[in-house]
Design a protein around this ligand. Sequence first.
Ligand code: NHR
Ligand code: GAR
Length: 222
Amino acid sequence: MSQQALPSLAVLISGRGSNLQAFIDACDSGHLPARIGLVISNNPAAAGLQRAERAGIATQCIDHRDYQSREAFDGALVDALRACDIELVILAGFMRILTPVLIEPYLGRLLNIHPSLLPKYPGLKTHQRALDAGDTEAGATVHFVTRELDGGPPVLQARVPIVRGDTAESLAARVAAQEHAIYPLAARWFVEGRLALHATGATLDGAPIPATGIAYNSGMCG
Ligand code: NHR
Ligand code: GAR
């Protein structure tokens, strides 16, 4: 398949971009049969913008502070996505809550990775909350994005142990390694036409996905 014929992804970031890097690597290696058509950051200082530039990917910075409302910001995102014919939108450490202005046109084509074992710990500071609660496990969940913050149907979930002496930083690093495996895999299922969002929830190969997502194991090929 020529590069142009591959389905086009947009990756939305706010920071470091290690998940973006996992997508760049998965597209390059052929594990993910797609191309990244556009990287958008709301944060001009996001290190991930340089990763994209290094990989020769088009970037746009759409700074939320330049807009009067969340809806106006989301309208600018939608304009940028439409101009690039984007088939799947990947939120990868994107830190702005989205409104229906973006969610409605991309419903079913919009994924997020959240650094917790959803439905536990929606929102922010997930690793510290897991440590404070004395949990013995943490993880990450890929889910479809709906209006409900971190509440859309889960797709794929990876677990890691919490070990003695863990800090939010050490735990985040252990979770991030799993994120980099599961997120491109979920996107692969989507571009292969295997993963879909329906009114009743998410399905893989037509079968309903359990409420906490499919449990990832390292034998699943990415
Ligand atoms: N938007 C909707 N409508 N639904 C979801 O499930 C979304 C979403 C936008 C982003 C990612 C999410 C996460 O995985 C995500 C999921 C930002 C915040 C937040 O509070 C919460 C959850 C997530 C992302 N953002 C603040 C805001 O005012 C800003 C925080 C900051 O800049 O540090 O938008 O965790
Ligand atoms: C990731 O751990 C992701 O799960 C989390 O931010 C990190 C981004 O890292 N997402 C959120 O907290 C969304 N609110 P990255 O920029 O290196 O991919």
